[in-house]
Design a binder for this molecule. Structure first.
Ligand SMILES: [Zn+2]
Ligand SMILES: [Zn+2]
Length: 135
C-alpha cells in the first residue's frame, strides 16, 4: 500500500502528487525500465521479463554465484520535479544523473520534499502538503 501527498502552489494552484514509495522498477538486459506501481504486479512482470532475456549458457556456473539474474537491475526512481521547467522526471539517485530529462537543469527535487519550496510555474510556494490517494 502506498500513500500520496499532494503539494499545491499557494498562488497558481499547480499540483504535484507525491507517492511515498517512489517508482520501483526492473531494468531488463536492453536497459529498458519497467515500472511497477503495485507490489502484486511484480510477479507478472518478472514472469514477462524472464522469457526474452538470453541466459548465459557458456559461463553459467560462474555467473550463477554472483548474479543469478544476469543483466537485470532493480531499483527505485522516484519522481523529481524540475524547479526550472516544472517537468517531472523519474530519477534513480543511485545510478542516474540528477538532472531534468527535459531541460537538463540540475535543479531537481524529489517530489516528497516540495513543502515550502518555490513553484516552478510562478513566484508562489508549495504548501505543506495534503493527503492524497491510497493505492
Ligand atoms: Zn505556482
Ligand atoms: Zn526541467
Amino acid at each position: 500500500m502506498a500513500m500520496s501527498t499532494i503539494y499545491t502552489c499557494d498562488t497558481c494552484g499547480f499540483e504535484v502528487d507525491a507517492w511515498d514509495d517512489g517508482n520501483p522498477y526492473v531494468q531488463d538486459s536492453k536497459g529498458k525500465r519497467h515500472y511497477f506501481y503495485h507490489p502484486e504486479n511484480e510477479i507478472d512482470l518478472m514472469g514477462k521479463l524472464r522469457e526474452p532475456i538470453p541466459l548465459p549458457t557458456s559461463n553459467w556456473e560462474e555467473s550463477e554465484e554472483s548474479e543469478p539474474f544476469f543483466g537485470i537491475h532493480t531499483g527505485n526512481a522516484p519522481d523529481h520535479l524540475c524547479r526550472k521547467c516544472g517537468k517531472i522526471s523519474q530519477i534513480d539517485p543511485e545510478v542516474d544523473k540528477m538532472i531534468c530529462k527535459k531541460c537538463k537543469s540540475d535543479e531537481v527535487t524529489e517530489v516528497t520534499s516540495l513543502a515550502g519550496l518555490k513553484c516552478p510555474k510562478c513566484s508562489g510556494h508549495f504548501d505543506q502538503g495534503s493527503e492524497g490517494g491510497i493505492s
